[in-house]
Design a protein around this ligand. Structure first.
Ligand SMILES: C[S@@+](CC[C@H](N)C(=O)[O-])C[C@H]1O[C@@H](n2cnc3c(N)ncnc32)[C@H](O)[C@@H]1O
Length: 209
């Protein structure tokens, strides 16, 4: 293994997940839903803790691995989480309860993100995380920039698409769209952007004004 691969593997193996997050991860994998990686989860919790985020919206609940990590970052967060699959929401709700999270802090919206996001209030969230249909990322990203307050942050896990985004020879629409988005954000004055190689890439975009 190269040093870079060693570093990556070490960073992925290091975070310690709570028993409920471990359970959510196991169930998620059994049901064929890919959870965020441990390193990405620990980065989400860290971002929540350092930004003091209180209002979070999530696109792509899955079985709740990312939500549980976000909620572990600090107390008194309210999480609005969207998924098109009601069965996933049923499991995630049970896992959040098992983690001791008060139902009053959670809002589950069952529906397609492309229908739900346009109806959500602008400037209302400290953090928005997008982890749903990769083909719709650009549309979800536009909405997310509208939903966050000035100083708020949009997070996108899996943004490197298994190495395809970093490979200029990959010319499929999604890889090209992602590459273009990352390149444009890197030189934009309207946002502060960081790209972490954790998991399959974690994009962090903070709105300046
Ligand atoms: C990769 S999984 C999310 C995993 C979750 N964030 C985690 O780490 O545990 C993607 C989720 O997006 C949901 N999804 C896919 N297309 C969607 C859409 N158009 N609108 C809302 N949810 C969608 C799927 O049902 C699935 O639960």
């Amino acid at each position: 293994m190269s040093n870079i691969e060693n570093n990556w593997k070490f960073s992925e193996d290091l975070p310690v997940e709570s028993p409920v997050i471990e359970k959510a991860r196991k169930l998620s994998i059994e049901m064929g839903v890919a959870p965020i990686s441990r390193a990405v989860g620990s980065q989400l919790a860290s971002i929540v803790a350092m930004t003091g985020a209180r209002t979070i919206a999530e696109v792509g609940t899955g079985l709740g691995v990312s939500g549980l990590w976000l909620l572990s970052g600090r107390d008194n967060i309210s999480l609005t989480t969207i998924d098109s699959e009601s069965e996933y929401h049923r499991h995630a709700r049970a896992l959040f309860t098992e983690a001791g999270i008060a139902p009053s802090r959670l809002r589950f919206i069952n529906g397609k993100a492309e229908d739900v996001l346009p109806r959500m209030n602008e400037n209302s969230y400290d953090l928005v995380i997008i982890d749903a249909d990769p083909d719709q990322l650009l549309e979800y990203f536009e909405h997310s920039l509208r939903l966050i307050r000035p100083g708020g942050t949009v997070l996108v896990p899996r943004v490197l698409k298994g190495g395809r985004v970093a490979d200029p020879a990959a010319r499929d629409d999604v890889s090209v769209d992602y590459r273009t988005l990352l390149t444009e954000l890197a030189s934009s004055d309207a946002v502060v952007t960081a790209l972490s190689p954790a998991g399959d890439g974690l994009l962090q975009v903070t709105r300046v004004g």
